[in-house]
Design a protein around this ligand. Structure first.
Ligand code: OAD
Length: 236
């Protein structure tokens, strides 16, 4: 029998965890995909067709993320990781987990803080504002793009993520709609591998049936409560 504080916890977060920090989610009625077509701003083809439009979209996201502050849910997950072996996987491209105290965050969809050369693959810290004229510091091609995974591209760190899902005692998904794969498949995979699965969300996601437990409400409240319960159970 495993000591309770050695329970391995794998967590997947989505845009809902940052909603109370003032960042728009994608699929709400006032979400980002209401104002922008995915094909235009979140695909390699969209970038090839109109790099200025794509860079403007992510410049706006970067500016919004910079002024946003982590909320109680981000901070609670950092407290949890101080006590348990936690793998924190996020689909979010903001850095609110890091600023909320989490040291190690697996950004499966990339990050607004990174720039990537579409020509040679070189990576460097993103400036606040990117423009199509920016040149790669390594190969000098004017091919700067945000280091963000677009539709049609393969998410980052998948091998590590599948391993963390397979070895998890508890798998939690927080504030994600379960509409984008492979992230949406992680819960089913975790359940089959024997994890206790819990969904924390304002509303049922598209894959709610893959979870054994459901905690409904705003992340700042339900995540904080869930973490307190785990820390309490661990005698922390
Ligand atoms: P979505 O916008 O699809 O879903 C947000 C989820 O958060 C929904 O299930 C909401 O019910 C929930 N939610 C909203 N406010 C909340 C709150 N205060 N507390 C708790 N839950 C709340 O965002 P994601 O699931 O993250 O990918 O989207 C997944 C991917 O689709 C994104 O990473 C992005 C997007 O297209 C790319 O751009 C490649």
């Amino acid at each position: 029998m495993r000591e309770i504080s050695t329970l391995r916890i794998t967590i997947l977060t989505g845009a809902g965890i940052s909603a109370e920090s003032g960042l728009r989610t994608f699929r709400a009625s006032d979400g980002l995909w209401e104002d922008h077509r995915i094909e235009d701003v979140a695909t390699p083809q969209g970038f090839a067709a109109d790099p200025a439009l794509v860079l403007r979209f992510y410049n706006e996201r970067r500016a919004a993320a910079r002024v946003a502050q982590p909320n109680a849910a981000h901070r609670a997950l950092a407290r949890l990781a101080a006590r348990f072996p936690v793998t924190l996987v996020t689909q979010n491209v903001d850095d609110l987990h890091e600023r909320g105290g989490s040291d190690e965050v697996v950004h499966m969809h990339g990050s607004l803080t990174g720039a990537l050369c579409a020509e040679c693959g070189h990576r460097w810290p993103a400036p606040a504002v990117m423009s199509p004229a920016d040149r790669c510091p390594s190969c000098a091609a004017p091919a700067t793009r945000p280091d963000i995974v677009w539709f049609g591209e393969i998410p980052y760190h998948m091998e590590r993520i599948w391993q963390a899902v397979e070895s998890a005692d508890i798998f939690a998904a927080i504030g994600t709609s379960g509409q984008v794969y492979p992230a949406a498949a992680l819960a089913q995979h975790a359940a089959r591998a024997g994890a206790h699965t819990v969904e924390l969300n304002l509303a049922a996601s598209a894959v709610s049936h893959d979870f054994a437990e459901h905690l409904q409400g705003p992340a700042s409240q339900v995540v904080d409560g869930w973490v307190r319960r785990l820390l309490g159970d661990a005698g922390a």
